[in-house]
Structures are given as C-alpha cells and as structure tokens.
Design a protein around this ligand. Structure first.
Ligand SMILES: Nc1ncnc2c1ncn2[C@@H]1O[C@H](COP(=O)(O)OP(=O)(O)OP(=O)(O)O)[C@@H](O)[C@H]1O
Ligand SMILES: [Mg+2]
Length: 311
C-alpha cells in the first residue's frame, strides 16, 4: 500500500478555443473539461492504474466537485473536510497550441485543519510502506510543515517520498526530518545547489555531486528528473542514469509525477535500484506521449527503449 498526500489540490479546468483569445470580448469555447488535479492525485492515479493498492489523501469538503471528479475516476481517496471549496486552475487552450494558465491562490488551511489532515494521514498509512508528500503547500502553511509531517511518519517506520519546490523543499532539506526519497527536477535541484538549472542538465557530474551531498545528509534515494535527458538516481549503493529513446512529447504535464509513481512501484516491489530507475523513466516517457494530464498504465510503457548505465 502507498499513500499520497496532496495538501493543496486543484480542479484543473481546460477550455478549448477555436479562435485566438480576444481580451474584453465574449467568446465561446468548443470544449471544456475538468479533472481532479494535484501531484499526489496524479501519483495515486498511476499507481492505481498499475493495479497496486493506493490511497490519495487530500482536503475537500463533502459535496465538493473535486470529490465528484475523484469518484468518476474510481480512484481510492480519503478527503478531510475543510470549510472551503477546492480551488480551480484554469487553462485556456487556443487552436495554435498557445495556453494561458490562471491559477487560483487557494484558501489557507487553518492550523486545526492542517492537524486533521496529519491525523488522517497517520490513520490512513498504517498499512503503507511508502507515503508520498507531493506538491505545494496551502497558503499560509509554514514552509517547515513537510519536515514536521516527515518526522511523525518516520517515527512510525514509514518511508517517505517528497516532491515539492521552493521554500517547502529548501526548508525540509535543511531541517532535521529528511525524506527517504527526494524527487527534484533540474529547477528544484538548482534551488538546492545554487547552480543554474541548464548547468545541471548539461553536467551529470554536478547532478551526481549534488545527489551525493543529499545522500550524505541522510536521504536514501535522490531521484533527479532531467526532462528529455531522463533521470539520475543517487544512493549510498551506487548511481545510475536512465534514458528513453527519443520521443515526440504530446504533453509534459504530470511527467514528473508519473516518474515518481514508476520508481515507487519498482522499489516497493523489491526491484533492483537500476530496474526501479528504468521503470521510473519508462513511466515519465510514457506520460509525455499522452495528452493533457493523462497518466500511463502498464500497457503504455516501452521499457525496452530505456537504457540504464552506472555512473
Ligand atoms: N521533453 C521530453 N522528452 C522526453 N521525455 C521527457 C520530456 N520531458 C520529460 N520527460 C520524461 O519525464 C520525466 C520527468 O520530467 P521532468 O524532469 O520534466 O519532471 P518534472 O519537471 O518534475 O515534471 P512535473 O511537471 O510533473 O513536475 C523525465 O525524466 C523524462 O523521462
Ligand atoms: Mg515535478
């Protein structure tokens, strides 16, 4: 069993325009879709599609459209009631491929609601080997919140994966309670090292050096995703790079979330680290070949096109 936490979920609404967007005018859209979004929700979707036990935990009150969208997907989830509606993030998609995104700030989670979320997480994860903490924090939550949650999960012997950015990432890594697994992309690793993201993407030695520093701090697995350049895994037992044969990306939305799902599926099935990394990259490259935020199922994977080398 794997539990994912999405503390700041969103409903991702896309409206498709057949003509260019015209400011200050009324326009009709040709299609409109809403999907249950948020990184932990995406991770749970891919794990569920692989037939493994998973629960997505998130704050959403009874009757919230977010819950309806999750019900429609038949995704196992547990929603903690909160006194506000889940925010909607709007994507305006034009016929020429231009997209404009307008994200709502979301409501602040009160300290009492944040505590209810942690209580629910601790209750839901009793049978879980892994807990994945994914995405941004709600407005007003202290940047050290993930560190506190990790401390409480690790006290209970849980392995914790963290995929976040900005202050919640830098504060957690500087703090006392470290995750078992960190999944930065090149921008997020750059936030930790102070290098430019492009410098890291072009220099695997720097990626490995940054990974080793994090492993020396006590993080067991550092899984760095590098967009089209695949991913690097650094552990105390070795370091590897995996790449998929070139693909034509359709949508990179959620590619990192799918990569994390693939790695968790591999390590929780006791695969070797190199095999789990290959599965992670197979998931990432399958995700970019699928439209929108669609996540892969095992039939989408082309594992034979992934090469892994020890660094
Ligand atoms: N342009 C691309 N071409 C091929 N594969 C890609 C491309 N972009 C991403 N991928 C695949 O997806 C994985 C994750 O990509 P990336 O490093 O962009 O994650 P991310 O920035 O965390 O994504 P997310 O938006 O989900 O947070 C990569 O390791 C790779 O396997
Ligand atoms: Mg990411």
């Amino acid at each position: 069993m794997i539990v994912t936490l999405t503390a700041n979920p969103s409903i991702d609404r896309t409206v498709q325009l057949d003509a260019p967007l015209r400011r200050a005018e009324v326009q009709r859209c040709s299609a409109a879709t809403s999907v249950a979004g948020g990184k932990g929700v995406n991770v749970a979707r891919a794990i569920h599609a692989a037939g493994r036990d998973v629960i997505a935990l998130l704050p959403a009150r009874e009757g919230d459209p977010m819950r309806t969208l999750l019900d429609e997907r038949a995704l196992p989830y547990h929603a903690v009631p909160v006194p506000f509606a889940v925010r909607t993030n709007l994507t305006i998609a034009e016929a020429d491929g231009t997209t404009t995104k307008i994200n709502e700030p979301g409501h602040a989670l009160s300290p009492a609601d944040a505590e209810s979320l942690v209580d629910a997480l601790l209750a839901q994860c009793q049978d879980a080997a892994w807990v994945a903490l994914c995405g941004s924090l709600p407005q007003g939550a202290p940047a050290g919140w993930y560190g506190e949650v990790i401390g409480r999960l690790r006290e209970r012997g849980k392995r914790v994966a963290l995929d976040t950015s900005g202050a919640p990432l830098t504060e957690t890594v500087a703090g006392d309670h470290l995750p078992s697994l960190l999944k930065p992309n090149s921008d997020e690793l750059a936030e930790l090292t102070g290098e430019a993201p492009e410098t890291l993407e072009d220099n695997l030695d720097l990626v490995v050096a940054a990974g080793r520093t994090l492993v020396a701090r006590g993080i067991e697995y550092v899984l760095v995703t590098l967009g089209s350049k695949g991913a690097v895994l650094v552990t105390a037992d070795g370091q590897w790079q995996a790449e998929h044969a070139p693909v034509s990306p359709v949508s990179t939305v959620g590619a990192g979330d799918s990569t994390l799902s693939g790695f968790l599926l591999g390590v929780s099935a006791n695969q070797s680290l190199a095999d789990a990394l290959a599965l992670a990259v197979a998931y990432g490259s399958a995700a970019v070949r699928l439209p929108g935020s669609q996540v892969p199922n095992p039939e989408h994977l082309t594992l034979e096109a992934v090469t892994v080398r020890s660094l």
